[in-house]
Design a protein around this ligand. Sequence first.
Ligand code: RBF
Length: 161
Amino acid sequence: MSTDDLSKYDAGSVPNAGDMRFGIVVADWNQEVTSSLLRGALSTLKKHGATDNNIVVKHVPGSFELTLGAQFLAEYDDLDAVICLGCVIQGETPHFTYICQGVTYGITELNLDYNIPFIFGVLTTLTLEQALARAGGVHGNKGDEAAVTAIRMAALQREME
Ligand code: RBF
């Protein structure tokens, strides 16, 4: 599997997700982008065997809220992995930096605090065009990649238990 563009992954190398349960938390800021990320993640999970009743999707206002939304999912459901989807686009103020730092640190903390994978599916781009190119455009769909990563990490955990 190429590691620089997981959208071109070898589907045969992905474990079956038929008995796995996933949470997806998606930010509504830049919804044009995040709805495509969500579509990609859902279709990829299902392509690898996940069923609708084993995928819980929750929306949060912005990427900064992804951390707590993901924690709610982990606390209130019995999940094999949580996928966090968002899109932060650089504006004229330093907000971009603080939101990116906050969510990156937050998701990292969740990975260490809970014994399940939390997948970082947050685009951090300079322009909307760059984001769209990575949400079903020329650079693939990072939602697909987040889903594959979730399945592979959940399978890794099972293998090691
Ligand atoms: N949330 C995003 O997911 N992506 C953004 O690009 C984004 N830009 C923001 C820019 C500003 C100036 C502000 C105030 C908020 C922005 N947010 C963005 C929302 C942020 O993630 C969060 O929802 C709010 O700050 C409320 O906690």
